[in-house]
Ligand binder design. Sequence first.
Ligand SMILES: Cc1cc2nc3c(=O)[nH]c(=O)nc-3n(C[C@H](O)[C@H](O)[C@H](O)COP(=O)(O)OP(=O)(O)OC[C@H]3O[C@@H](n4cnc5c(N)ncnc54)[C@H](O)[C@@H]3O)c2cc1C
Length: 627
Amino acid sequence: MANWETVVVETDLLICGGGFSACGAATEASYWAKKKGLKVTLVDKAAVDRSGAVAMGLSAINQYVGVKDGENTLEDYVRYVRQDLMGVSREDLVYNIARHVDSTVHLFEKWGLKIWKDEQGKYVHEGRWQLMINGESYKIIIAEAAKNAIADAGGEIIERVFIVDPLLDGNRVVGAVGFSTREDKFYVFKAKAVIAGMGGAVHVFRPRSVGEGFGRSWYPPFNSGSSAYFTIKAGAEMTCQEVRFIPVRFKDAYGPVGAWFLLFKSRAVSAEGGDYMTTHKEVLQNYAPYGLVKPIPANLRNYLGMIDVDAGLGPLYMETAEAIQNIAAQYKDDPKAFKKKMKELESEAWEDFLDMTISQAILWASQNVKPEEKHSEIAACEPYFIGSHSGASGAWVSGPEDLPTPYKWGYANMTTVEGLFAVGDGSGASSHKFSSGSHAEGRIAGKQAVKFIVEKGQAPKLDMAEVEKLKERILKPLDLWNKHKDETTDPEINTNYVVPRQYLHRLQKLMDEYAGGVVSAFKTSKALLERGLELMALLKEDSDKMAARNHHELMRVWENIQRTWQAEAHIRTLLFREETRWPGYYFRADTPKMDDKNWLCFANCQWNRQSGEWKMMKKDIWALPGA
Ligand SMILES: Cc1cc2nc3c(=O)[nH]c(=O)nc-3n(C[C@H](O)[C@H](O)[C@H](O)COP(=O)(O)OP(=O)(O)OC[C@H]3O[C@@H](n4cnc5c(N)ncnc54)[C@H](O)[C@@H]3O)c2cc1C
């Protein structure tokens, strides 16, 4: 085995991940931990200042309810999420996040985030729930608050350590193991409670951008299914593993469309088919009541565009020029004011990209796009797992104690494993929390985890022989490389190992072709999924043969293995749900209709740690009284 030092870190609360939800958890937990003399440790595979989906910055806070201004009620938000997720959401969790999110946004502002204000000093809304921000440094601001809180409470932040597996004592989590991506160090974390906040998953499916553009995707490439893997491997029940997200974005650089649709009121059309939201309106009847109420769910909007693309009537375009002209038209009688408004709109359009997807601005520049003069191409991206956005995959967590939800087994946001909490993209069926809601959910879980430790915390019991076995397995790719690398003239072609990139291509091809990726036009069926599972079993066998030349590739190996578990949970749940509820995200061609009678429910799954078997379950939907 590679001769790496074992570093043992003892803590009370371990927070895995350093993104929005983890920073929320760290900020809140540190406050309570300090009072109780407990230690909080946060571990991130990257550097907290610029890690996770918000690394590059954002141009809007997507969840703000605005309760204090009487803009909306919490029930309004619950209804909005129910509608967008075609009736399938954990309304207790959505409500709990919604009632905490405004205070989180106010904290962001206090910490220095610039939220746009109008002449009356009120927040500028992009849409009903969204606030415009100058968000290039959004992540740094939120990270700073988390770092300060941890430092103030005497906790620890460990960066560049990749968390692999959970450690368990029966059905109780007692820590985690991981490795440094820079030094020859294997980490063992002993903890009384653990929060999984390691984001969602990208690159499970083959991206549209292959070859020279490989790696480019809507979802930033850093998150590889670690939260899902960690909770599944701990034996936690999972939910909504079929509900992946397919955003429609500016083509090839994945630039955001929110400001165009919501702020500029732009239309999207197909080149030959026209305004697909109008021409295919009758299709929405099949998805009543959701298809008939505004806002039309994101998957249905996707679907109407896909009908034209499938028929060869594309490309799809965002009518940027028309939108800008429409807004500026109010100033048409005053040429000076008109010119000024046009300049302002043009700069807002570019700033939107520069704030969060710089590559889209570069692509526009390289293609001589002037949004005020010409429309721009949009397209449906490959599927992602992002339970905090418009997808819903994640762990099945306990609801808040003061609501009459049937889903309560202790501490809010605790999974079905004692002491293991899940947040952000890691917790399921509570979509549309976005950056602010993920942070709020992190705060909820952080406080609850400290409560758990105070009331039920035990000194973690670790089986060090098991840990040693894990160390051997985790470092094995380095050994494989060193043992066999000289056996061929081309080190990437070897009968004894595969390199991570080759494995990744195989996983992505499998998912693309059998589980409804871009190549199969987001369609799948029972027969395809069953064949996919057969191939998946062979792929999993070969995962043991991945080799790594260095620290970075060792991370790539484990990212791939974690993605594979996310992929398997996805295929199994697609297979289990025998209907098509979210066309536009995926289409079960053999069960093409929505079937409320049998499937207006959660589809849950659980991997058994002893037997290695998967169990599939239906769970009822609970509606929030009054919503
Ligand atoms: C392209 C895009 C655009 C978005 N736009 C908006 C928007 O405009 N407004 C808005 O409010 N929200 C937006 N969101 C949503 C928002 O970014 C997410 O809701 C939020 O980041 C989720 O928080 P999280 O903590 O679950 O994940 P993240 O913030 O992504 O954090 C995940 C963390 O886990 C770490 N990690 C991953 N694997 C491991 C491992 N194995 N070991 C240790 N650490 C690990 C990562 O380094 C990172 O620190 C957008 C998301 C995306 C992807």
